[in-house]
Design a binder for this molecule. Structure first.
Ligand code: PBG
Length: 315
């Protein structure tokens, strides 16, 4: 089937949030599409959309609602035709998309690890007892408190730049940021060290960029197929099946990572009590085609082990 490629008079409209990281990801998508189809930059429009999550900055995310906070307005604009495709950090995406939209295109995944960022310390292990860690991630909070209950965790919201400013202002002694985001912002130098996945298992889909489209938009579908990274797709199928089966809300500390080796997939998963007092994990291997089933089976096993009340905050 031939497609009519976008042109300056009928451009492909790319929707994105307005943070520097979101914009970098939208530009990377445009660059890959224009290279794949030999198009000029004028064949694309990058349109910034402000979401509820971007507007409410003064309250912890878990108080204002679930993950859809950063996607609803963007998805509404795609359904109405105001934009054609949307570029997302997969880590922030709900597992299910609204009727009429599909999310099955992934760019090659970046480094999945978290970075340790601090003015005064080189490594996580160097932090003295009582040190203050700034993070708004329930996963990072719970993982840290699990092996370092002596640390103090404070809420740290905002984009990468805002968090670094807070470090400069001594609001905390250190923070954790995804290496992927720092690289895409050309800011990898702010990382003091990388945290290995054995120490802190990353969030499901960390480091992966996904591109959403309307289900009936054949132009977008065919263009996105040309830039899709199959291995990233296979890994995310397993990780997101794990997440979906756990019914993970924003209030549940969950980590998960799939890695490929030939035709084999290793899948690791972890759930923690929000205060870090308990952690349950699993580490399995299987064939790549069984990724979704491995994810669901691991979720069922961890949920059974966790039992009722595991995810509730203790006061
Ligand atoms: N929740 C915010 C968010 N969403 C995606 C990334 C980084 C890039 C990625 O993981 O793809 C970040 C910032 C961070 O966790 O440091």
């Amino acid at each position: 089937m031939t497609i009519t490629l976008p042109s300056p008079t009928s451009p492909l409209i790319i929707g994105t949030r307005g943070s520097p990281l979101a914009l970098a990801q939208a530009h990377e998508t445009r660059r890959r599409l224009s290279t794949a189809f030999d198009l000029s930059p004028e064949a694309f429009v990058i349109k910034v959309i402000k979401t509820t999550g971007d507007k409410i900055l003064d309250r912890p995310l878990k108080e204002i609602g679930g993950k859809g906070l950063f996607t609803r307005e963007i998805e509404d604009d795609m359904l109405s035709g105001a934009i054609d495709i949307a570029v997302h950090s997969m880590k922030d995406m709900p597992v299910l998309q609204p009727d009429g939209l599909v999310l099955d295109t992934y760019l090659p995944r970046e480094d999945v690890r978290d970075a340790f960022v601090s003015a005064g310390h080189d490594r996580l292990a160097d932090l003295p007892s009582g040190a203050v860690v700034g993070t708004s991630s329930l996963r990072r909070r719970a993982q840290l408190l699990h092996f370092r209950p002596d640390l103090n965790v404070v809420e740290f919201r905002g984009n990468v730049q805002t968090r670094l400013k807070k470090l400069e202002d001594n609001v905390a002694d250190c923070t954790f940021l995804a290496i992927a985001g720092l690289r895409r912002l050309d800011m990898a130098h702010v990382a003091k060290s990388a945290i290995e996945t054995e120490e802190m298992l990353p969030a499901v889909a960390q480091g992966a960029i996904g591109i959403e489209r309307r289900i009936d938009d054949t132009r977008a579908a065919q263009m996105l197929e040309a830039i899709h990274d199959q291995e990233t797709g296979q890994r995310l199928v397993a990780e997101r099946a794990f997440l979906e089966a756990l019914d993970g809300s924003c209030e549940t500390p969950i980590a998960g990572l799939s890695e490929l080796d030939g035709t084999n997939m290793r899948l690791r998963g972890q759930v923690l009590r929000p205060d870090g007092s308990e952690s349950i994990g699993d580490d399995v291997s299987g064939s790549i085609e069984d990724g979704a089933e491995m994810g669901r089976a691991m979720a069922a096993k961890l949920l059974a082990e966790a039992g009722e009340g595991f995810f509730e905050w203790r006061s």
